[in-house]
Design a protein around this ligand. Structure first.
Ligand SMILES: *Cc1c(COP(=O)(O)O)cnc(C)c1O
Length: 428
């Protein structure tokens, strides 16, 4: 494949945009090479500026669960646009999408819309702190909750309890209020809760982790976490920015039968426009301004175009009784095909999968948390990524990302992907 125009566009972008990108993971730093500039996308395919076509497994990092340029979503946005793009006043469509979301997701009564997953998580944590009157939070290593200060914390050696900032610009004070736990390790959470009795506002996690590759919760992990939080009077926040409306209509709460106190959304809920949201019982949500003292606001929050895209997307998902079974079947098919190929070529691997989330780890061991995810063979992933790209299959340019299966993918596309995987693995 030729990437002539992409390379030229990237060089030009670098002169005016830091690193040439508006979000770092797009820059191919983890895999080398120059990023591909996409011109357009339809269904399961991306077309780049050099007219190369790819089967897409990134899908805008999650939102495009029904494929690109899905007609009902596109039409809804076009129609809304003609009526004006933003008013800064309440609009009827905000209530419509709120009603639909509340009807689809278990255990939530009120929902507030924001512009990104980052904002949703940041605001949910502020609300949890305001509601409980406590400052500290527990997050898990390898879970991503957007780029707000409290979440950019990683375990340093010896920093088992207190996090240290892993980005300059995050203050020590902020980092000290974020405690780090190990995913799938309930004993560790219990220790933190005991050692910080009366100080923890909330535990936040991805109920199925998707930002260290796909890492499912072990049997009983979420249930025990729920019980611990209840016992310690700590709010449980499910960050369902990735899993919400993807694993089931009601997300991971529905899939695992666990009720969180607050739930964060993003990605699918916006149908490809910038939307996030956080939700919970009225008793907690009513602490938000203007009813309560916890401040949270947004000039473009609930924007009509964004709400139109989100409403069209959620309506489609709500009406289609088989959608989640179909997605899971396709994902299982891809899993089986790739696993056979990897085995045939004697390449050590772990494949993790839940619903329409799947990831291949080039590791010798099970992948259950950040440390085991980090043990994967990165050099091999790089070669795999570039090999697949050459074969016209676009996966995320990092070993720490989930592949997203969309309804637009046909079994023919999946077969092509498996054939590509076979070719690439024969050369690894
Ligand atoms: C993508 C993501 C976020 C951040 O959402 P943005 O819209 O990129 O700000 C937060 N949490 C999870 C689990 C995500 O996958």
């Amino acid at each position: 494949m030729l990437y002539k125009r992409s390379s030229a566009l990237f060089a030009e972008a670098e002169t005016v945009i830091p690193g040439g990108v508006n979000s770092p993971v797009r820059a191919f730093k983890a895999v080398g090479g120059t990023p591909i500039f996409i011109k357009k996308a339809m269904g399961a395919y991306l077309i780049d500026e050099d007219d190369n076509q790819y089967i897409d497994y990134i899908n805008s990092w999650g939102p495009m669960i029904l494929g690109h340029a899905h007609k009902p979503v596109v039409d809804a946005v076009i129609e809304k646009t003609k009526l004006g793009t933003s008013f800064g006043t309440p609009t009827e469509i905000e209530t419509k999408i709120a009603q639909l979301a509340v009807s689809m997701v278990p255990n939530i009564e009120k929902i507030r819309f924001v512009n990104s997953g980052t904002e949703a998580c940041m605001s949910a944590v502020r609300l949890a702190r305001g509601y409980t009157g406590k400052d500290k939070i527990i997050k898990f290593a390898g879970c991503y909750h957007g780029h707000s200060d409290s979440f950019l914390i990683q375990a340093g050696s010896g920093a088992v309890t207190f996090g240290s900032p892993n980005s300059p610009g995050v203050t020590k004070g902020t980092a000290q209020d974020t405690l780090l736990a190990t995913y799938n390790n309930i004993a560790h959470v219990e220790e933190l809760l005991e050692a910080n009795k009366g100080e923890i506002a909330c535990v936040i996690l991805e109920p199925v982790a998707g930002n260290m590759g796909c890492v499912p919760p072990k049997d009983g992990f979420l249930k025990k976490l729920r019980d611990l939080c209840t016992a310690h009077d700590v709010l449980l926040i499910f960050d369902e920015v990735m899993t919400g409306f993807r694993l089931a209509k009601g997300g991971a709460q529905e899939l695992y039968g666990i009720q969180a106190d607050l739930v964060c959304f993003g990605k699918v809920i916006g149908g490809g426009l910038p939307v996030g949201a956080f939700a919970g019982k009225a008793e907690i949500m009513d602490h938000l301004a203007p009813l309560g003292p916890v401040y949270q606001a947004g000039t473009l929050s609930g924007n009509p175009l964004a709400m139109a895209a989100g409403l069209a997307m959620l309506s489609e998902l709500n009406q289609d009784k088989d959608i989640y079974a179909r997605l899971a079947d396709k994902t299982a098919y891809l899993h089986k095909g790739c696993a056979e190929v990897l085995k045939k070529h004697r390449i050590s691997h772990t494949i993790n999968r839940v619903g329409s989330m799947i990831s291949i780890h080039f590791s010798e061991t099970e992948v259950v948390d950040f440390d085991t995810a980090a043990e994967g063979n990165n050099a091999r992933f790089k070669a795999f990524f570039h090999g697949m790209l050459k074969q016209g299959v676009y996966i995320a340019p990092s070993a720490f990302e989930t592949w997203f299966i969309t309804d637009a993918l046909t079994y023919d596309d999946l077969d092509k992907t498996i054939v590509a995987c076979d070719k690439v693995c024969s050369e690894l």
